[in-house]
Design a protein around this ligand. Sequence first.
Ligand SMILES: [Zn+2]
Ligand SMILES: [Zn+2]
Length: 300
Amino acid sequence: MDGATYVIDCGRSSTTQFVQAGLRFDTLRSIFITHLHADHIADYYNYFLLAGALPDQETADALATTVTAYGPGPAGGLPTKFGGGDAPTVSADAPTPGLVAFTERCHEAFAYSSNILLRDAGIRDIRSLIDVHEIVHPDVGASFTNTSPRMEPFKVMEDDRVAVTAVLVPHGPVFPSYAFRFDTEHGSVTFSGDTTYSDNLVTLARGSDVLVHEAINVTGPGVTLPPAAMDHMLQSHVEVQKVGSIAQRAGVPTLVLSHLVDFDSEPIDSARWKSWAGQGFDGEVVVGDDLQRISVLRKG
Ligand SMILES: [Zn+2]
Ligand SMILES: [Zn+2]
């Protein structure tokens, strides 16, 4: 956005793909985390380990300023085990760290490497490169047992380039799980994050130029999910055959499918997914792919 880069979620290889996409770390301003599933945060700390230390020798690229990170606070509790019975608890005395504690614990876990490199290579103090803000949503009675009550979009941050709003979305037992909307002077884009069907998301996305929405396919001869597991899956994700109606309700002109999982076959059959997602939707469908560029520039 006009020379500043904002990253939404940091799954595995995010830092690699960031470079592959032709972006520079010295333009990175903020990171937004929708929720704390590992496939959304595996590479989060890597931005600071890899890009924060010393400039890359070829590109002279490194983080230029402290990066602000916005993401979930602690869930406050754990759900019961799906299907009944007991599950073991990792880190039982603090089992639901939010983004602040997650970052602190990464600092601790990497302390030896950081301390050596501070002495041996003169790197910057990694703690000075991250400024974490846990998102505070309005009090609508949400909790880890009531993850996504109906709510109006609320403000997460605003700088000279973007205004970011969010809502809570229902993603199975995960709490909190956010969808984000970025409004800029050139256009706006909404990211669903991981969610099942959500009126909150429709409200957030209304009037956006682009809606980036997750989708799964659970139809076809190769699908072997038992009914209970299928039901469970659909409490966390949206079927690709139904995502068009969400975009239609939100009134967006462009729907981009992202975070695709096909329980029938791999690889994703893009043409099929495009026609599935187009059901009940008058706008343009884009089946997202790695390193794809999608302009948010408002048409006309
Ligand atoms: Zn998730
Ligand atoms: Zn995910």
